[in-house]
Design a protein around this ligand. Sequence first.
Ligand SMILES: C[S@@+](CC[C@H](N)C(=O)[O-])C[C@H]1O[C@@H](n2cnc3c(N)ncnc32)[C@H](O)[C@@H]1O
Length: 262
Amino acid sequence: MPATGARPIGTSDETDAARAVQQMFDSIAPKYDLLNHVLSANVDRLWWRRAAMRFREVLARPDAEILDICCGTGDLTMALLKLRPTGARPILAADFARAMLARGAQKFGREARQSPGSNSAAAPYALPIEADALHLPMRSASLDLIVTAFGFRNLANYEAGLAEFHRALKPGGQLGILEFGEPGGLLGKAYAVYFRRVLPAIGRLICGKDGPYNYLPTSVGAFPPPDEMLAMLRQAGYVNCAWQPYTFGIAGLYTATRPPLS
Ligand SMILES: C[S@@+](CC[C@H](N)C(=O)[O-])C[C@H]1O[C@@H](n2cnc3c(N)ncnc32)[C@H](O)[C@@H]1O
Protein backbone atom coordinates (compact mmCIF):
# COMPACT_ATOMS: atom_id res chain seq x y z
CA MET A 1 0.00 0.00 0.00
CA PRO A 2 1.58 3.38 -0.95
CA ALA A 3 1.98 5.91 1.87
CA THR A 4 -1.02 8.25 2.15
CA GLY A 5 -1.24 11.64 3.72
CA ALA A 6 -2.59 15.16 3.39
CA ARG A 7 -1.74 17.04 0.18
CA PRO A 8 -3.15 20.58 0.21
CA ILE A 9 -3.57 22.04 -3.31
CA GLY A 10 -0.25 23.08 -4.82
CA THR A 11 1.85 20.68 -2.76
CA SER A 12 3.48 17.55 -4.08
CA ASP A 13 5.68 16.15 -1.33
CA GLU A 14 5.49 15.63 2.43
CA THR A 15 7.67 18.60 3.35
CA ASP A 16 5.61 21.01 1.24
CA ALA A 17 2.34 19.53 2.52
CA ALA A 18 3.35 19.88 6.18
CA ARG A 19 4.50 23.47 5.63
CA ALA A 20 1.23 24.38 3.88
CA VAL A 21 -0.85 22.84 6.70
CA GLN A 22 1.18 24.65 9.36
CA GLN A 23 0.88 28.03 7.58
CA MET A 24 -2.83 27.53 6.99
CA PHE A 25 -3.56 26.87 10.68
CA ASP A 26 -1.31 29.71 11.83
CA SER A 27 -3.21 32.04 9.51
CA ILE A 28 -6.71 31.04 10.70
CA ALA A 29 -5.86 30.74 14.41
CA PRO A 30 -7.61 34.00 15.47
CA LYS A 31 -10.90 32.88 13.89
CA TYR A 32 -10.57 29.11 14.42
CA ASP A 33 -12.76 28.69 17.53
CA LEU A 34 -15.55 30.92 16.22
CA LEU A 35 -15.60 29.13 12.87
CA ASN A 36 -15.58 25.71 14.49
CA HIS A 37 -18.57 26.41 16.70
CA VAL A 38 -20.57 28.19 13.98
CA LEU A 39 -19.92 25.54 11.34
CA SER A 40 -20.71 22.61 13.61
CA ALA A 41 -23.58 24.32 15.51
CA ASN A 42 -21.59 23.49 18.67
CA VAL A 43 -21.88 19.73 18.11
CA ASP A 44 -18.06 19.65 18.18
CA ARG A 45 -18.24 20.19 21.97
CA LEU A 46 -20.24 16.97 22.33
CA TRP A 47 -17.71 15.09 20.19
CA TRP A 48 -14.71 16.25 22.28
CA ARG A 49 -16.55 15.40 25.51
CA ARG A 50 -17.61 11.97 24.24
CA ALA A 51 -14.10 11.16 23.05
CA ALA A 52 -12.67 12.20 26.43
CA MET A 53 -15.23 10.05 28.26
CA ARG A 54 -14.08 7.01 26.31
CA PHE A 55 -10.72 7.31 28.10
CA ARG A 56 -12.03 8.28 31.55
CA GLU A 57 -10.30 5.36 33.30
CA VAL A 58 -6.80 6.29 32.20
CA LEU A 59 -7.56 10.01 32.67
CA ALA A 60 -8.55 9.30 36.29
CA ARG A 61 -5.04 7.96 37.09
CA PRO A 62 -3.05 10.93 38.47
CA ASP A 63 0.28 9.55 37.22
CA ALA A 64 -0.88 8.70 33.67
CA GLU A 65 1.23 10.30 30.89
CA ILE A 66 -1.19 11.73 28.34
CA LEU A 67 -0.54 13.49 25.03
CA ASP A 68 -3.09 15.49 23.04
CA ILE A 69 -1.31 15.77 19.67
CA CYS A 70 -2.47 18.37 17.12
CA CYS A 71 -4.15 20.05 20.11
CA GLY A 72 -4.69 23.33 18.22
CA THR A 73 -6.62 25.82 20.34
CA GLY A 74 -7.13 23.17 22.99
CA ASP A 75 -10.80 22.25 23.16
CA LEU A 76 -10.17 18.50 23.34
CA THR A 77 -7.45 19.20 25.92
CA MET A 78 -10.01 21.08 28.03
CA ALA A 79 -12.45 18.15 27.81
CA LEU A 80 -9.64 15.79 28.90
CA LEU A 81 -8.69 18.06 31.81
CA LYS A 82 -12.24 17.90 33.17
CA LEU A 83 -11.65 14.17 33.79
CA ARG A 84 -8.21 14.56 35.46
CA PRO A 85 -8.04 14.44 39.26
CA THR A 86 -6.65 17.28 41.37
CA GLY A 87 -2.86 17.23 41.49
CA ALA A 88 -2.57 15.00 38.40
CA ARG A 89 0.44 15.11 36.08
CA PRO A 90 -0.05 17.78 33.42
CA ILE A 91 -1.38 16.64 30.06
CA LEU A 92 1.11 17.23 27.23
CA ALA A 93 -0.61 19.32 24.55
CA ALA A 94 1.37 19.54 21.31
CA ASP A 95 0.94 21.21 17.93
CA PHE A 96 3.29 22.54 15.26
CA ALA A 97 1.31 25.73 14.50
CA ARG A 98 2.56 28.24 17.05
CA ALA A 99 -0.43 30.60 16.75
CA MET A 100 -2.92 27.77 17.40
CA LEU A 101 -0.89 26.47 20.36
CA ALA A 102 -0.57 29.96 21.89
CA ARG A 103 -4.37 30.28 21.92
CA GLY A 104 -4.69 26.83 23.43
CA ALA A 105 -2.19 27.67 26.18
CA GLN A 106 -4.36 30.62 27.22
CA LYS A 107 -7.08 28.07 28.07
CA PHE A 108 -5.23 25.02 29.38
CA GLY A 109 -1.83 26.32 30.55
CA ARG A 110 -0.79 26.35 34.20
CA GLU A 111 -1.28 30.10 34.58
CA ALA A 112 -4.77 29.97 33.10
CA ARG A 113 -5.85 27.07 35.31
CA GLN A 114 -4.05 27.81 38.58
CA SER A 115 -4.19 31.28 40.06
CA PRO A 116 -1.49 31.75 42.71
CA GLY A 117 -2.72 31.71 46.30
CA SER A 118 -6.16 30.41 45.42
CA ASN A 119 -7.51 26.95 46.13
CA SER A 120 -7.11 26.19 42.43
CA ALA A 121 -3.36 25.65 43.00
CA ALA A 122 -3.59 21.92 42.27
CA ALA A 123 -6.07 22.21 39.37
CA PRO A 124 -5.07 19.96 36.48
CA TYR A 125 -3.44 21.78 33.59
CA ALA A 126 -1.66 21.05 30.31
CA LEU A 127 1.87 21.84 29.13
CA PRO A 128 1.98 23.41 25.65
CA ILE A 129 4.66 21.86 23.43
CA GLU A 130 5.54 23.02 19.93
CA ALA A 131 6.14 19.75 18.13
CA ASP A 132 5.57 17.81 14.93
CA ALA A 133 3.37 14.73 15.25
CA LEU A 134 5.70 12.82 12.94
CA HIS A 135 8.74 13.51 15.20
CA LEU A 136 7.47 13.56 18.77
CA PRO A 137 9.92 14.84 21.40
CA MET A 138 8.87 12.03 23.76
CA ARG A 139 10.83 8.97 24.84
CA SER A 140 9.86 5.61 23.37
CA ALA A 141 7.29 3.67 25.40
CA SER A 142 6.62 6.65 27.70
CA LEU A 143 2.92 7.49 27.17
CA ASP A 144 -0.25 5.84 28.51
CA LEU A 145 -2.60 7.61 26.11
CA ILE A 146 -2.31 9.58 22.87
CA VAL A 147 -5.40 11.36 21.61
CA THR A 148 -5.94 13.64 18.67
CA ALA A 149 -9.00 15.47 17.34
CA PHE A 150 -9.35 16.51 13.70
CA GLY A 151 -5.57 16.66 13.35
CA PHE A 152 -4.58 13.22 12.08
CA ARG A 153 -6.16 13.80 8.65
CA ASN A 154 -3.74 16.72 8.19
CA LEU A 155 -0.57 14.67 8.65
CA ALA A 156 1.62 14.43 5.56
CA ASN A 157 2.10 10.68 6.08
CA TYR A 158 -0.51 8.61 7.96
CA GLU A 159 1.58 5.44 8.28
CA ALA A 160 4.49 7.46 9.67
CA GLY A 161 2.11 9.10 12.17
CA LEU A 162 0.75 5.76 13.39
CA ALA A 163 4.30 4.37 13.67
CA GLU A 164 5.44 7.41 15.68
CA PHE A 165 2.48 7.12 18.08
CA HIS A 166 3.19 3.39 18.45
CA ARG A 167 6.82 4.17 19.33
CA ALA A 168 5.85 6.72 22.00
CA LEU A 169 3.08 4.63 23.62
CA LYS A 170 3.86 2.22 26.44
CA PRO A 171 2.97 -1.42 25.73
CA GLY A 172 -0.73 -1.50 26.60
CA GLY A 173 -1.02 2.26 25.94
CA GLN A 174 -4.11 3.52 24.13
CA LEU A 175 -4.64 5.65 21.03
CA GLY A 176 -7.75 7.70 20.19
CA ILE A 177 -8.18 9.49 16.85
CA LEU A 178 -11.28 11.66 16.44
CA GLU A 179 -11.84 12.48 12.77
CA PHE A 180 -14.49 13.60 10.35
CA GLY A 181 -16.22 11.01 8.19
CA GLU A 182 -18.63 10.97 5.29
CA PRO A 183 -22.06 9.59 6.26
CA GLY A 184 -23.89 7.46 3.69
CA GLY A 185 -27.54 7.34 2.55
CA LEU A 186 -29.92 10.26 2.08
CA LEU A 187 -28.62 12.10 5.10
CA GLY A 188 -25.13 11.76 3.65
CA LYS A 189 -26.27 13.39 0.41
CA ALA A 190 -27.84 16.35 2.25
CA TYR A 191 -24.80 16.68 4.48
CA ALA A 192 -22.49 16.63 1.43
CA VAL A 193 -24.28 19.73 0.05
CA TYR A 194 -23.76 21.52 3.36
CA PHE A 195 -20.16 20.34 3.76
CA ARG A 196 -19.00 20.97 0.19
CA ARG A 197 -20.95 24.15 -0.65
CA VAL A 198 -22.41 25.94 2.38
CA LEU A 199 -19.55 25.39 4.83
CA PRO A 200 -16.79 26.77 2.53
CA ALA A 201 -18.96 29.84 1.82
CA ILE A 202 -19.52 30.58 5.54
CA GLY A 203 -15.84 29.88 6.20
CA ARG A 204 -14.84 32.35 3.49
CA LEU A 205 -17.18 34.98 4.93
CA ILE A 206 -15.87 34.77 8.51
CA CYS A 207 -12.25 34.02 7.70
CA GLY A 208 -11.90 36.42 4.77
CA LYS A 209 -10.10 33.89 2.58
CA ASP A 210 -10.84 30.89 0.41
CA GLY A 211 -8.30 28.19 1.09
CA PRO A 212 -8.83 26.66 4.55
CA TYR A 213 -12.53 25.91 4.28
CA ASN A 214 -12.19 24.49 0.78
CA TYR A 215 -9.38 22.33 2.10
CA LEU A 216 -11.60 20.88 4.87
CA PRO A 217 -14.14 19.02 2.66
CA THR A 218 -11.43 18.08 0.15
CA SER A 219 -9.22 16.58 2.85
CA VAL A 220 -12.15 14.69 4.42
CA GLY A 221 -13.06 13.29 0.97
CA ALA A 222 -9.47 12.11 0.47
CA PHE A 223 -9.16 10.57 3.95
CA PRO A 224 -9.25 6.75 4.13
CA PRO A 225 -12.72 5.41 5.05
CA PRO A 226 -13.10 3.49 8.35
CA ASP A 227 -12.29 0.02 6.96
CA GLU A 228 -9.03 1.31 5.44
CA MET A 229 -8.09 3.26 8.56
CA LEU A 230 -8.68 0.15 10.68
CA ALA A 231 -6.52 -1.91 8.30
CA MET A 232 -3.79 0.74 8.55
CA LEU A 233 -3.94 0.65 12.36
CA ARG A 234 -3.59 -3.15 12.39
CA GLN A 235 -0.78 -2.98 9.85
CA ALA A 236 1.02 -0.50 12.15
CA GLY A 237 0.92 -3.10 14.94
CA TYR A 238 -2.07 -2.00 17.01
CA VAL A 239 -4.65 -4.36 18.52
CA ASN A 240 -8.27 -3.86 19.64
CA CYS A 241 -8.81 -1.51 16.71
CA ALA A 242 -12.33 -0.09 16.47
CA TRP A 243 -14.29 2.82 15.04
CA GLN A 244 -17.27 4.39 16.82
CA PRO A 245 -19.35 6.69 14.58
CA TYR A 246 -20.57 9.97 16.12
CA THR A 247 -23.66 11.83 14.81
CA PHE A 248 -24.47 9.42 11.95
CA GLY A 249 -20.80 9.14 11.00
CA ILE A 250 -20.19 12.86 10.41
CA ALA A 251 -17.36 12.25 12.85
CA GLY A 252 -16.07 9.14 14.58
CA LEU A 253 -13.52 7.90 17.09
CA TYR A 254 -10.86 5.36 16.17
CA THR A 255 -9.48 3.50 19.17
CA ALA A 256 -6.51 1.16 19.27
CA THR A 257 -3.97 -0.25 21.72
CA ARG A 258 -0.25 -0.88 21.50
CA PRO A 259 -0.09 -4.59 22.38
CA PRO A 260 0.82 -5.25 26.02
CA LEU A 261 4.00 -7.25 26.74
CA SER A 262 3.12 -10.90 27.00
C1 LIG B 1 -8.35 21.03 12.66
S1 LIG B 1 -7.15 21.49 13.84
C2 LIG B 1 -7.71 20.61 15.26
C3 LIG B 1 -7.35 21.28 16.55
C4 LIG B 1 -7.98 20.67 17.79
N1 LIG B 1 -7.48 19.36 18.06
C5 LIG B 1 -9.49 20.68 17.70
O1 LIG B 1 -10.10 19.60 17.86
O2 LIG B 1 -10.05 21.76 17.52
C6 LIG B 1 -5.76 20.55 13.34
C7 LIG B 1 -4.50 20.89 14.09
O3 LIG B 1 -3.51 19.90 13.75
C8 LIG B 1 -2.26 20.56 13.71
N2 LIG B 1 -1.32 19.72 12.95
C9 LIG B 1 -1.47 19.29 11.68
N3 LIG B 1 -0.41 18.55 11.32
C10 LIG B 1 0.43 18.53 12.39
C11 LIG B 1 1.69 17.92 12.64
N4 LIG B 1 2.34 17.22 11.71
N5 LIG B 1 2.25 18.08 13.85
C12 LIG B 1 1.63 18.81 14.80
N6 LIG B 1 0.44 19.43 14.63
C13 LIG B 1 -0.15 19.28 13.43
C14 LIG B 1 -2.57 21.90 13.08
O4 LIG B 1 -1.55 22.84 13.31
C15 LIG B 1 -3.90 22.26 13.74
O5 LIG B 1 -3.72 23.01 14.89
